[in-house]
Structure formats: C-alpha cells, structure tokens
Design a protein around this ligand. Structure first.
Ligand code: AMP
Ligand code: MN
Ligand code: MN
Ligand code: MN
Length: 284
C-alpha cells in the first residue's frame, strides 16, 4: 500500500487478454488499492482489454493511458515496444495487430507439433489448452507445462521446452523493428522501448539499437523497473541522456502471485532524466 503523498504510476501491465492472470477490472482495482494514480494497460499485441480497463479506471478515479506492447525483431532478437496513448481504433494498428495475433496462434500450434515430434509430450493437447487467450504467448504454454507436471516452474518450462536449443523452440518471426515503430508513429503513440536492460546485447549493440529507436521517433526508454540492478539503471539512464530520451517506468505486472513485482513505480528518477508523463496529454 502506498501511504506516501506522491501517487504511483505504472506504464507497463498485462491482463488476461494477453499473458497476465487478472482481468482488466480486478487489475485496476488492485492498482487502486496500491495507490496507483496513472495506469497503462499494455497487453502483448492486443488492445482487446482497453475498454474494460478504461471503464474501471474512470470508476476508480485513476488516470488511464491506453497502451500496447508490440513484439518486433531486430537482428534476430525479439525486442518489445510499448506504445502509450495509442489510438486503438487506428486502422493501420488494427491491421498490424490482426496479423501478429494470427502469427501467435499459428506459432502456438507449431510449438505443439514440435513438442509432439521431438519429445514424448502431448504437444498438440498442451498447445490447445494454452490457446484460450486473445493473445496466446509462450507463457500460457509454460503455465500448462507446469500444471501438467512437465516442469517444476515457469523458468524450467522455458529452459527445458520452449527456449532456443530445446524441443519446442520455434523462431518468433515478428514484424521488423522498423515496421513496429512505423505503426506506433502512424497511430500517434508515444513509443517506449520496453525493458532495454534485459536484451542480450553488448553495450555497443544496445547503443545502436537505441540510436535506431531514437531515429525512428522513439520517445522513451523504460528506466525504472522491478529487478533492475543499480548497474542496469545507470546504463539505461546514460542511454536516455545520450539520445535525449524520456524515462518510462512500469512493473511489467503479470501475476499477483509474484510478490517481488507489485503494481506501481515511483516517479523519482536519476538526475537529468525526465519522466515520460510529460509527453502524455490524456486528462489527469
Ligand atoms: P512470447 O511473446 O509468446 O514469446 O512470450 C513471451 C512472454 O513469456 C514474455 O512476455 C514473458 O511474460 C514470458 N517469458 C519469456 N521468457 C520467460 C522466462 N524465461 N521465464 C518466464 N517467463 C518468460
Ligand atoms: Mn508477458
Ligand atoms: Mn516484454
Ligand atoms: Mn510486458
């Protein structure tokens, strides 16, 4: 519970319309209880939860920021881009998301086939059990693998069955980084690079990625996340300063059962950084 004077913000959360556990309304209620004053819902590649989240925020007096987290490929690596203040009815965005969701459904089936062929797992059945969400992800499959006793926890499910060099690995084939950035630009979104500290990239590669992001109209880097080491925070803060990017902050909340990652972050930032809040024009 936030008992301080300053309200918390959260610009990165997931509902059960992608791989979050909660429906949007209970997610908003949980955010309210924690003292979150400004909330974005940013499901993977879908805007299907925004209407419910908006209505719940209006009823709770929370400032709502419609968002989405796009999957994209940059040099064979998956990069996530959060779009804030998106126009969810923009035809270009809708077409883009429809294409990615079709790809997500096909990919889940392909992972099931591979598990069936390359291991003794009932892959097709597991994929079917994981396919209920609007935006099915590998996390849905990881949860089913744990439920059925094929992995002790989600991390093991990824390490044993889903990641590169495992029986169920299927290369992602997301839209390119440039395409995803263009969709965000066209739909008027504030583009945020999600969790830049988590990519497997050298300092030079991350600089190049950030330079490309800034050149394509990117506005902010996620600079305050749970699980960021002080060293990570320093690295990302320097990138923000170097490329004159704003700082975003969010939990990447998926599941209330993960105690170390609650909803809500402080606006407090390292010296010289400006919060992405300054770019938002939605009514406070
Ligand atoms: P997908 O977009 O279908 O590849 O699924 C990726 C989602 O799975 C991410 O957004 C995370 O929520 C989750 N995820 C990815 N890797 C891991 C991991 N090693 N352990 C737990 N969750 C993961
Ligand atoms: Mn996720
Ligand atoms: Mn992500
Ligand atoms: Mn996320």
């Amino acid at each position: 519970m936030n008992t301080g004077a300053e309200p918390l913000v959260d610009f990165h959360t997931h509902s059960h319309f992608s791989d979050g556990v909660l429906a949007p309304a209970p997610l908003v209620e949980r955010a309210r209880q924690r003292g979150v004053g400004t909330l974005a819902l940013t499901d993977h590649d879908t805007t299907a939860g925004l209407a419910e989240a908006r209505a719940a925020c209006e009823a709770s007096g929370i400032r709502f920021v419609p968002g989405v987290e796009l999957s994209a490929t940059w040099r064979n690596q998956t990069i996530h881009l959060v779009g804030l203040q998106i126009d969810e009815r923009h035809p270009g965005l809708e077409a883009h998301l429809a294409r990615v969701l079709a790809r997500r459904r096909a990919r889940l089936g392909e992972i099931g086939e591979r598990l069936e062929k390359r291991s003794r797992l009932p892959g097709r059945e597991l994929a079917a059990a994981a396919s209920g969400s609007t935006a099915p992800t590998r996390l849905h499959l990881a949860r089913v693998l744990v439920e059925r006793g094929f992995a002790r926890d989600q991390q093991e499910a990824f390490d044993r069955w889903l990641n590169r060099d495992t029986p169920g690995h299927v290369p992602a084939e997301w839209p390119t980084f440039e395409e995803a950035m263009q969709v965000l630009r066209d739909s008027g979104a504030v583009a945020v690079m999600a969790h830049p500290h988590r990519y497997r990239a050298s300092a030079g590669q991350l600089r190049e990625l950030t330079a490309t992001f800034a050149r394509l109209g990117g506005a902010a880097l996620e600079a305050s996340m749970a699980g960021m080491s002080p060293n990570d925070a320093d690295r990302i803060a320097s990138l923000c300063r170097r490329f004159e990017l704003y700082a975003s902050m969010g939990s990447d909340f998926h599941d209330p059962a993960v105690p170390w990652n609650p909803l809500g972050r402080w606006l407090k930032l390292a010296a010289g950084l400006e919060p992405v809040t300054k770019l938002l024009t939605t009514a406070p």
